[in-house]
Design a protein around this ligand. Structure first.
Ligand code: GUN
Length: 303
């Protein structure tokens, strides 16, 4: 059997088209568009490319977008003052501070300075708490877990009563996706197990999974014999395992590998995300969805 591919790059286009349409409708009715500011401190090349993509995507959807690039020696106090300025700016619905920050800046202090109602990353403790409570309390689910849930739902996978096994317990993927999948809600209502580096029988747990979500950061960790035949496999891993020369540009590009042994796993799974082109494209997409949601909350439009 060869698994159905869950293509994040295609699902992204569907969601972006839906967002664009809603932005046009809201603009026509209320004269407002979602506003997103992206704050980048320093010149980390990976961060520059992420931020550029976020700004381009926001622009393509008709958002008001502000890219605020600051020097690497910006003081913590100055960054907090900048956040305060955007917290008060009526034209801004979403504030994103690109991580990692330079070492002299306290990340926790910065993330908690963002107004929770503009925290479209969903990293503020208030939004972490709202996610845990679930239901209508939830404002901004963190973007990568939200993207994973969209992939599961839009690929037609049944979640109600499903055995979900999450490999990894990070604050940005493992813990939130586990909480989201166990809520009594559409696209969830699953029985969730979280496994990690302290788990005794990793293989045994994975073998029970109807939906296996792997966010461990270990290339090829999940072996094909750990996969239940027909399972839905979501591979969140993006591991650089070498370099190759791009056929298009002639420049060196990283070779990326997931946490799952894809070639063998696709013969056993019912559906599976590729790396790249699976979960990766969903994170920025859900950032856009959260920014639109933020404007809708402000205007009192049901979400
Ligand atoms: N750096 C890498 N990924 C992310 C993200 O999703 N949000 C922020 N703020 N920084 C990041």
């Amino acid at each position: 059997m060869s698994a159905k591919l869950i293509k994040g790059s295609e699902i992204r286009e569907q969601i972006l088209a839906e967002i664009k349409k809603e932005v046009e409708d809201i603009k026509a009715k209320y004269g407002k568009v979602p506003g997103l500011v992206t704050i980048l401190v320093g010149e980390n090349p990976a961060s520059i490319s992420y931020v550029t993509l976020k700004v381009q995507t926001a622009h393509s959807l008709g958002f008001h977008e502000v890219q605020d690039s600051q020097p690497v020696d910006l003081s913590e106090e100055a960054l907090l003052a900048l956040i305060d300025k955007y917290n008060k700016d009526e034209s801004i619905n979403g504030i994103l501070v690109q991580l990692p920050l330079p070492k002299h800046i306290n990340e926790k202090k910065v993330l908690t300075a963002i107004d929770p109602d503009k925290d479209v990353d969903g990293f503020h403790p208030v939004n972490v708490g709202r996610l845990m409570i679930g239901g209508s309390e939830v404002k901004f689910p963190p973007c990568t877990p939200a993207g994973i849930q969209e992939l599961i739902v839009r690929s037609g996978t049944v979640t109600k009563g499903a055995e979900v096994v999450v490999v990894g317990r990070s604050n940005i993927v493992g813990k939130p996706i586990a909480v989201m999948m166990m809520q009594k809600a559409k696209g969830a209502d699953s029985t969730v197990t979280v496994v990690h580096t302290g788990t005794k029988d990793l293989a045994g747990h994975c073998k029970r999974a109807d939906i296996l979500i792997v966010a461990a950061g270990v290339p090829g960790l999940v072996k094909p014999e750990w996969i239940k035949p027909g399972a839905c496999v979501i591979d969140v891993g993006v591991n650089r395992v070498g370099e190759k020369v791009s056929e298009k540009t002639g420049k060196p590009v990283p070779i990326l590998r997931g946490d799952v042994d894809f070639d063998a796993a696709k013969e056993i799974a019912g559906s599976i995300t590729p790396v790249p082109g699976g979960v990766g494209p969903m994170t920025i997409t859900m950032l856009m969805a959260n920014t639109l949601k933020s404007l809708k909350f402000k205007l009192g439009i049901p979400v």
